[in-house]
Design a protein around this ligand. Structure first.
Ligand code: ATP
Ligand code: MG
Ligand code: FE
Length: 339
């Protein structure tokens, strides 16, 4: 089977064709970093406009690259949330139009499910169930994944997401946007023990996260003028990693039947994070899996793959775009079950 995937929930416009043999037959990604960089973050209105300008030619381009037509696709999978609503609507409405015009099934994908299942696109041996650390620009969660659509959330952040903490740290340090890769690069030349920084929540019996206090401490360290930028970056990265491994330890104590630990989302591209998780998994006699970095940050291959996993689903053409869409609505201790 062959599925066309469309992603437009944040600042990557992305289109991909993926088949059931896990081949990424063709894909294109247009990043909007240059458009948003002057503002130090993603501007929703600019993002929506950029998606609208780019998406149609990218869909044509990906089909042409693969030498196929929409008639060869078994479904069109598009991100329907969560994310910036203007961008999500651009992608979802385009998918609906193509689905209607060519009588192809539409599959509305939760962007977080795209991240959650991405390790299975990269590696056919990753079987359910698995423990998942989902660390991205908007989310920081620990989930138990029992199957497609079967997610139980054990932990979330009470303030910032981990990617957001990297982005804010980059902004404080003047490293530009997007921040994660810049902090990682800068940290390579720094001493991770040079700057004393807090590890929020470490030691707490509940596995939730908090990064706002760490960001404030980074700001104070920077303002003190006492430290090198690279040392602050390295110390921040180490503090963040220490938080993540401590929180995971607590969560894994409630998932002792699981044999695989998986990390996904943009921050999973970070080598220090990956290394620490690999060691943690080994400690727990668990297998560790992380998708290749280009499948960690936003892309359409993961959306097309989620479509392959959901093949047979045929969503109604009036399905709505959703700015909020928790993977596990039952377990939202912060905001409740609302969308
Ligand atoms: P969400 O998936 O929660 O809706 P998003 O789609 O904006 O949010 P992703 O594209 O999955 O997020 O991830 C982007 C985030 O990952 C950004 O915060 C970015 O700084 C971070 N990130 C990307 N690469 C790295 C890296 N090498 N090290 C640390 N963080 C990184
Ligand atoms: Mg981005
Ligand atoms: Fe994402």
């Amino acid at each position: 089977a062959l599925v066309l995937g469309i992603e437009s929930s944040c600042d990557e416009t992305a289109v991909a064709l993926v088949d059931s043999e896990r081949r990424i037959v063709a894909q294109r990604i247009a990043s909007q970093d240059a458009e948003h960089a002057p503002f130090g973050g993603v501007v929703p209105e600019i993002a929506a406009r950029a998606h609208a300008e780019r998406l149609a030619p990218m869909i044509e381009g990906v089909l042409a690259d693969a030498g196929v037509g929409l008639a060869d696709c078994d479904a069109i999978a598009a991100t329907a949330g969560p994310g910036l609503i203007g961008g999500v609507m651009v992608g979802l409405v385009s998918a609906k139009a193509l689905a209607m015009a060519t009588d192809t099934p539409l599959i509305a994908i939760n962007h977080l499910e795209g991240h959650a299942l991405s390790p299975r696109l990269a590696d056919e041996t990753i079987a359910f169930p698995y423990a998942l650390l989902l660390v991205s620009g908007g989310h920081c969660q620990i989930l138990r994944v029992d199957g497609v659509g079967e997610y139980r959330r054990l932990a979330t952040t009470i303030d910032d997401a981990l990617g957001e903490a990297f982005d804010k740290t980059a902004k404080i340090l003047g490293l530009g946007f997007p921040g994660g890769p810049a902090v990682e690069r800068t940290a390579k030349d720094g001493d991770a023990s040079a700057v004393p920084l807090p590890r929020p929540m470490v030691g707490s019996g509940e596995p939730h996260f908090s990064f706002a206090g760490l960001k404030s401490a980074v700001l104070r360290a920077y303002d003190s003028g006492k430290y090198e930028t690279a040392d602050i970056a390295a110390s921040f990265q180490q503090a963040a990693v220490d938080c993540v491994t401590d929180r995971l330890r607590i969560a894994l104590a409630n998932m002792t039947d699981l044999k695989t630990l998986v990390v996904a989302g943009g921050v999973a591209a970070n080598a220090t994070v990956r290394g620490a998780l690999e060691a943690l998994a080994a400690d727990h006699a668990m297998r560790f899996a992380a998708p290749p970095p280009r499948l960690c940050t936003d892309n359409a291959a993961m959306i097309a793959w989620a479509g392959i996993e959901r093949l047979g689903q045929d969503d109604p053409l009036d399905i709505s775009a959703r700015p909020r869409w928790p993977l596990d609505p039952e377990a939202d201790p912060v905001r409740g079950a609302g969308v």
